[in-house]
Ligand binder design. Structure first.
Ligand code: ADP
Ligand code: ASP
Ligand code: MG
Length: 312
């Protein structure tokens, strides 16, 4: 048997990280996984936070409302969640870390307000802050559950061009950076990684496009040849239609990568359209599962599944 490390990548969307209870539920789901695997958790911003950050930028630019009030509410929400999750002796240090991130965003918003200008570059720094704010909470929840857990900013691992808003990944640099980083992490430590965020070769923050944390998860999984890759969300997998429009939509149990990519491309919001790419090339299967119904098998996306229409 080879001793090369085995990796599991588990991504939690904003809906699965909306509050302290849901974050604890995410920790429990990762705790069920095989201990022989090195665990990488990719976290989105807490539910609604990316939208709230983008709205704050819009309000600062238009001077239509009090963006400082918006930021104060976001700060309180993160602080209160941290209070519920963190070990008491960790609270002050993590709260200070959140404060630094909030100050960075507030400075950018003040700049937008004063200049009456919001560049795509500034907007990406603001949009990507939500993930930088959620990982301290998720990592704290893992430590409170008895795990060694560390925070990793994906902006240091995922290299892109400067196509702000939806930047293109440089896989050569990214794969090398991801492999080098995780080779140095001990098997027993849970790495809690930001989704969505990346950076240019000049170190400027970019993002992978809305819902881009799905893509971050598969970029990491592809680079590491992960054995288990789960995108945890709030529905029982990829459904035959958008359940908000078609209540009788049902989950598809097996999908081919090509079909999943086509569905995502044509707007099935459950997956970022580029999610499948890093895995399809290597034939690494992807599971989509429901945080609120974890025993449901969900959807399995593989290179071998027959297209749904051809299943008998
Ligand atoms: P997350 O926060 O986990 O990233 P998203 O809100 O991005 O979750 O995506 C999940 C949502 O996508 C579901 O709650 C569902 O309303 C919506 N959705 C739209 N089309 C589909 C589809 N074909 N299959 C599953 N979910 C879909
Ligand atoms: N937080 C980002 C968004 O809301 C990325 C993600 O959740 O996947 O689009
Ligand atoms: Mg999503």
């Amino acid at each position: 048997m080879s001793d090369s490390p085995r990796y599991g990548v588990f991504k939690f969307g904003g809906s699965s990280l909306r509050d302290a209870d849901r974050i604890r539920r995410a920790v429990d789901l990762v705790a069920r996984e095989d201990d022989g695997m090195q665990k990488i958790v990719v976290a989105s911003a807490m539910g609604g936070v990316t939208d709230a950050l983008l709205e704050s930028a819009r309000v600062a630019l238009g001077r239509t409302d009090d963006f400082r009030g918006h930021m104060a509410r976001l700060r309180t929400r993160h602080e209160m969640t941290l209070r519920e999750l963190a070990l008491p002796h960790e609270f002050d240090a993590i709260s200070a870390e959140l404060g630094v991130q909030f100050d960075l965003v507030s400075d950018l918003l003040e700049g937008i307000y004063l200049l009456r200008e919001c560049t795509p570059r500034a907007l990406d720094s603001i949009a990507g802050a939500g993930e930088r704010l959620s990982i301290p909470l998720v990592a704290a929840a893992f430590r409170a559950a008895g795990y060694a857990a560390s925070e990793v900013d994906s902006a240091l691992l995922v290299r892109t061009d400067d196509g702000f808003g939806e930047a293109a990944v440089d896989f050569e640099v990214t794969n090398a950076q991801v492999q080098a980083h995780f080779a140095g992490v001990s098997k027993s430590e849970v790495s809690v990684v930001t989704g969505f965020r990346a950076s240019t070769d000049a170190g400027v923050t970019t993002t992978l496009g809305r819902s881009g944390s799905d893509y971050t998860a598969t970029i990491l999984a592809g680079a590491l040849g992960a054995e288990r890759i789960i995108i945890w969300t709030d529905v029982d997998g990829v459904l035959t239609a958008d359940p908000r429009l078609v209540p009788e939509a049902r989950p598809m149990r097996e999908l081919h990568f090509a079909e999943a990519a086509e569905l995502a491309y044509f707007g099935a919001k459950v997956l970022h359209p580029r999610t499948m790419r890093p895995l399809a090339e290597r034939g690494l299967p992807l599971l989509i599962k429901n945080t609120f119904n974890p025993d449901d098998p969900g959807t399995r996306i593989t290179t071998t599944a027959l297209p749904e229409g051809e299943a008998v």
